[in-house]
Design a protein around this ligand. Sequence first.
Ligand code: HEC
Length: 202
Amino acid sequence: MRALAMGLTVALCACGSPANEPGGGALADGALLGMPEGLPMHAPARFSIGSEAPSDRVAMWDIDAKPDGEGLPMGSGTVAQGRQVFETFCVECHGATGTEGPNDALVGGDEWGEQMPSVRTVGNYWQYSTTLFDYIRRAMPQLTPGLLTSNETYAVIAYLLYLNEIVPEDAVMTAETLAAVEMPARDRFIVDDREGGDGPIR
Ligand code: HEC
């Protein structure tokens, strides 16, 4: 009953209050007031557009990992640890062995023939091992990216590479060892340097 009454109070407060206006700061008053049009509830009142970006904020976005390993953080993880990470955070979408789905297969895939494989995975299609760190840190688990620590990310990569028979079961992934892994599809890609029309085709 009390909860209902509180809900009613909040609902009443929201009507016509200044916080209902765009950028009014829905949470600023500590209550779930109106939703500024087009913005999620947790959007800040102001975005500080036009002000200088502080270096700590820039660092949060500066997380790309390059093919040679530049940009990879400290940390390490084993295949065994990665199995646990995978079974906790990945299995529901990628399947028990990384092949069952319902989302993308991460393991195996068919051979390269005249055409590129129809099932393309980390194992048969990814050119650089370090992309795994960049991508998983940035995007996975799909509904909660950013959840994994660096160690957990290295570990789940070790496990995925092991399932793809690219590294042995006792492999330990670090910035150095990951960058040194040569992916099976390493030489399947060429720089497209054709010229024509208005310039190089990219
Ligand atoms: C809620 C479902 C979900 C979870 C959980 C999830 N993924 Fe994914 N994952 C996806 C979807 C969907 C895609 C395809 C995304 C796209 O194509 O844009 C994907 C794509 C990927 C890919 C790229 C596949 C390719 O070849 O393009 C990798 C690698 C990957 N996930 C790793 C992981 C790892 C590691 C975890 C656990 C830490 C994880 N995912 C958890 C849904 C999920």
